[in-house]
Ligand binder design. Structure first.
Ligand code: FSO
Ligand code: SF4
Length: 526
C-alpha cells in the first residue's frame, strides 16, 4: 500500500506495508485507490455526457469515503466501487461494448499517481486531498438540501485533471481553484447550517455527565444530531456531543432540546481511552473513527459514509432505534459524573461564529483602535496524537493578555477549557465552530480589513494552524486562494509537499513550519 494523505503518515513520508498508522489495512487502501480510480473514470465519462444529481451524489460520497478515519470496511468500499461503475455504465452504456475503445472513460490506476514525478504527484495530491475534504462539506450541505452546481461541476474537472498527463504550469492553477471552490462550498454549508438551525450564539457547555442513559454523538453532521434529538425526545435519554459535534450546542434549533446536555470527552485521538467501557453507545456521523477496541465494540454505531467491519450501521432510513435500545440497556452512569477538559476546566464555550463576532463588530473595532486588543490569533485546525501538538496549548497560554484567540475545529481541545479572562466583555478564547467554520474566520478577517481599510495581511492577525487530514488541506488552499500569507503550519508539514512545491509556497505565501511558541510569538509580535 501507499498512502501519505494525513499528518500522522509513517515516518512523515508515507504509510506502506500491511497497514497505515491510522489502522487502515493494505487491502482497504487498495480498495480506496480503486474507488478513486473509478471516480476519475466516472468524472471523465461525464466530460461529453450529461451527469445527473445521482452522479453528483455518488462522486461526493465516494470522495468523502476515502478521507482519513472514515471508512475501514472493505465490504462497503466494494459496494461503493460497484455503484460508481454502474453509474458510469448508465452514462456511457456503449463504452463496454465498444470495438475501438478511446480510453477517455477508463478508470485510473492510482499507482500512476503514486509513482509519478514528485512535483506532479505533489500538485495532483493537493488537488485530490483538497477535493476529498471539500466533498465532506458538500455532503453535509447536501443532506440539508443545499447544493451548488459550481462546486459539484468542479469535482468532475478536478478528478479528470488527476487522470490526465498535465505539467506543473497547468496543475498549479487547479490547486488554487480547489481553494476558490472550497470557499464557495464552505459558504454554502454555513448558509445550510444557519438557515436550518439558526445563527449560533455564545453558549457555555458542561463537560460533566448526568446519571442515567445517554448517547454520545461524534463527527460533523448536525442533521444526524437533529434527527437523533427528535427520536430520543421524552425517552429519558440524554445526548452528549463529542469532538467536532461540540459547536452544535450553539445553534438555536439544536440547543432548544433540553436533553442535549453537554459535551463528552476531548479530541478524537483520545477516543480509545475515553470510550473504554463507556456505559453508553457512540454514534459516528463522520470522521474521525479510530480502530474500535473490544471494550466498547458492542456500542459503536455508524451512519452516512462511516463504516467499520461488524459495527451496526444506521442506513438512509435513519432509524436510530438500535442506538436508543443500547443506551437504555447500558443505563449510563449511576451517579452524576464530574469530568473536565485536558486543563481541568469544567465547561467550554462555543458559538462565536461570524454572526456573533460581526454582531459586535463596532465594539471589536473600537477595542483595536483604543489598543485594548493588540492582536488576533487564529489558532485552529485539527488535533492528533503527535507529541509536538502541545505547542498549541503552550502557544495559547503564552499569548499576550490583550490578545484575542479565535479558534475552530478539534485542535481547540488542547486549550478550550482554559480560562484566559475577557477583553471588553468578550472572552479571550472564542470558538467559531467546526473546521468548516473557517468560513466564519475568513468573514471576520475580511470585515476587519474593510473596517481598517487595509489588506488582510496587514491586520494584527496571525494564523497558527494545525492540520491532520484532508479537510484541512482544502481550508489551507482557500486561505492561499485569498492571498493570505505568513501562516504558521504544524505540527509537521505535509509529506505530499515535494521540496519544489514547498519552496513555491514559502516564497509566494511565506508559509512557516511552527518552531517553538516562544520563538514564533517573538517573530509574530516583533
Ligand atoms: Fe478534526 Fe477529525 Fe474537523 Fe478533521 S475531528 S480532524 S480537519 O476530521 O474535520 O477538525
Ligand atoms: Fe497513513 Fe494517514 Fe493514509 Fe492512514 S490516512 S494510511 S495514517 S497516511
Amino acid at each position: 500500500m501507499f498512502c501519505f494523505q494525513c499528518e500522522q503518515t509513517a515516518g512523515c513520508s508515507g504509510c506502506t506495508g500491511n497497514a497505515g498508522v491510522c489502522g487502515k489495512s493494505a487491502n482497504t487502501a487498495k480498495l480506496q485507490d480503486e474507488l478513486t480510480g473509478a471516480l476519475i473514470g466516472l468524472a471523465k465519462s461525464c466530460g461529453n455526457n450529461p451527469k445527473t444529481e445521482n452522479t453528483d451524489r455518488i462522486i461526493i460520497e465516494g470522495l468523502f469515503t476515502t478521507i482519513t478515519n472514515v471508512n475501514f470496511n472493505d465490504e462497503t468500499l466494494k459496494e461503493m466501487i460497484a455503484k460508481v461503475k454502474a453509474e458510469k455504465n448508465k452514462i456511457v452504456p456503449d463504452c463496454s461494448a465498444c470495438q475501438n475503445p478511446c480510453g477517455n472513460t477508463d478508470d485510473y490506476d492510482m499507482n500512476n499517481l503514486w509513482n509519478d514525478n514528485e512535483d506532479i504527484r505533489s500538485l495532483k495530491s493537493l488537488i485530490l486531498f483538497g477535493i476529498r475534504g471539500m466533498a465532506a462539506y458538500a455532503y453535509h450541505a447536501m443532506v440539508l438540501g443545499y447544493t451548488s452546481d459550481e462546486v459539484n461541476s468542479f469535482f468532475y474537472r478536478a478528478l479528470s485533471v488527476i487522470g490526465y498527463d498535465m505539467d506543473m504550469d497547468l496543475l498549479l492553477p487547479v490547486v488554487l481553484e480547489v481553494g476558490e471552490k472550497n470557499l464557495i462550498c464552505m459558504e454554502l454549508l454555513d448558509k445550510a447550517n444557519t438557515e436550518t438551525f439558526g445563527t449560533p450564539t455564545p453558549t457555555t457547555v458542561p463537560l460533566s455527565v448526568e446519571k442515567g442513559p445517554f448517547i454520545v454523538i461524534t463527527g460533523h453532521d448536525l442533521y444526524d444530531l437533529k434527527l437523533l434529538l427528535e427520536q430520543t425526545k421524552d425517552k429519558g435519554i440524554n445526548i452528549y456531543t463529542h469532538g467536532e459535534m461540540l459547536p452544535a450546542h450553539a445553534y438555536p434549533e439544536l440547543k432548544k432540546y433540553p436533553h442535549l446536555k453537554g459535551n463528552f470527552g476531548t479530541a478524537w485521538q483520545n477516543q480509545q481511552k475515553e470510550f473504554d467501557h463507556l456505559p453508553a453507545p457512540i454514534l459516528y456521523t463522520t470522521n474521525c473513527l479510530m480502530p474500535v477496541k473490544p471494550s466498547y465494540a458492542d456500542r459503536v454505531f455508524t451512519t452516512e459514509v462511516v463504516s467499520y467491519p461488524e459495527m451496526v450501521h444506521i442506513g438512509e432510513e435513519k432509524d436510530f432505534t438500535p442506538v436508543i435500545e443500547k443506551a437504555l440497556e447500558l443505563g449510563g452512569y449511576e451517579a452524576d459524573r464530574e469530568m473536565t477538559g485536558i486543563n481541568g476546566g469544567k465547561t467550554v464555550m462555543t458559538g462565536f461564529g461570524h454572526g456573533t463576532v460581526l454582531g459586535v463588530a463596532d465594539q471589536v473595532i473600537d477595542a483595536v483602535k483604543s489598543g485594548a486588543i493588540s492582536h488576533f490569533f487564529l489558532v485552529g485546525g485539527c488535533d492528533g496524537a503527535r507529541v509536538g501538538r502541545n505547542y498549541y496549548t503552550e502557544f495559547v497560554k503564552q499569548t499576550p493578555k490583550d490578545s484575542v484567540i479565535l479558534t475552530l475545529a478539534c485542535g481547540k481541545y488542547r486549550f478550550n477549557d482554559l480560562d484566559l479572562g475577557t477583553i471588553g466583555g468578550l472572552p479571550r478564547i472564542m470558538d467559531m465552530g467546526q473546521c468548516n467554520d473557517a468560513y466564519s474566520a475568513i468573514k471576520v478577517a475580511i470585515a476587519l480589513a474593510e473596517a481598517f481599510d487595509c489588506n488582510v495581511n496587514e491586520l494584527p492577525l496571525s494564523m497558527v494552524l494545525s492540520w491532520y487530514e484532508q479537510k484541512a488541506v482544502c481550508i489551507l488552499l482557500t486561505l492561499l486562494h485569498l492571498g493570505i500569507k505568513n501562516i504558521y503550519l504544524g505540527p509537521t508539514l505535509p509529506a505530499f509537499l515535494s521540496p519544489n512545491i514547498l519552496n513555491y509556497l514559502v516564497e509566494n505565501y511565506q508559509i512557516s513550519p511552527i518552531s517553538t511558541p516562544e520563538e514564533d510569538l517573538k517573530k509574530i509580535l516583533g
